[in-house]
Design a protein around this ligand. Structure first.
Ligand code: GRF
Length: 217
């Protein structure tokens, strides 16, 4: 039985609909995020529906609006101020569309997980986010795509990969259909699993790769 002091505090950063936040909340309610609890939601956009999801789940939340800050450096400082004294052990970027600067990344080195809607290293990096990813995937003619949960470093989508899951591309798919399939069949499954593995200290980083300790996940 874990005692309360060991449980890791999770902050989830959002910008939009918050379906990945909802997947984390639902997994937590099913007891599938072992040794972790979502204690704070930070939204970069005051219109994010994700805020309503946090509200409904009774999770403390705050808008730190990217457009309220002239530079990414000032935005980084505002993010760190919002996290101050919350004893956050893990930051999860769940549909978060702002770029974190070096100050936040350094302070939370190897403690920031992002969900990206492709099989990294394909269709990732600057400019590849949301439906733009799926448009590029469809244009490529590939027959499979998927999602990746990975650590965040200074390179956009460049941190060590934790979990991936592939999904099929069907005849007649468009960006909307494909985005929903990737979210439902891949993102909403692997993000909670990656978060749980982190909170259980079961991810070992070896260079730019990870090893999962133990078999069940
Ligand atoms: C999803 O495609 C996710 O992969 C990307 O942002 C989109 C919206 O995510 N990171 P959410 O519904 O706000 O979690």
């Amino acid at each position: 039985m874990l005692n309360a002091e060991n449980v890791k505090n999770i902050a989830v950063f959002v910008s939009g609909g918050g379906t990945n936040l909802q997947a984390l909340i639902d997994a937590q309610e099913r007891g599938e995020i072992r040794n972790g609890r979502i204690v704070f939601v930070l939204a970069s956009n005051e219109k994010a529906y994700a805020i309503q999801r946090a509200e409904k789940a009774g999770i403390e939340h705050q808008v730190v609006s990217r457009k309220a800050y002239a530079s990414s450096g000032e935005y980084d400082a505002a993010i760190l101020a919002a996290l101050e004294n919350r004893h956050i052990d893990l930051i999860v970027l769940a549909g978060f569309l702002s770029i974190l600067g070096p100050t936040v990344i350094e302070k939370y080195r190897n403690r920031i997980i992002n969900i990206h809607p492709s099989l990294i290293p394909l269709f990732c990096g600057d400019g590849f986010y949301g439906k733009k990813v799926h448009a590029a995937v469809l244009a490529s003619g590939m027959k499979v795509t998927g999602a990746t949960a990975h650590f965040v470093n200074e390179i956009t989508d460049g941190g060590a990969i934790i979990l991936q899951k592939a999904v099929p591309i069907e005849q007649g798919d468009n960006e909307d259909i494909l985005q929903y399939r990737v979210m439902r069949q891949a993102e909403w499954e692997i993000l909670p699993k990656a978060v749980s593995l982190f909170c259980e200290d079961r991810i070992r980083i070896v260079g730019n790769r990870t090893e999962i300790i133990g078999t069940s996940f």
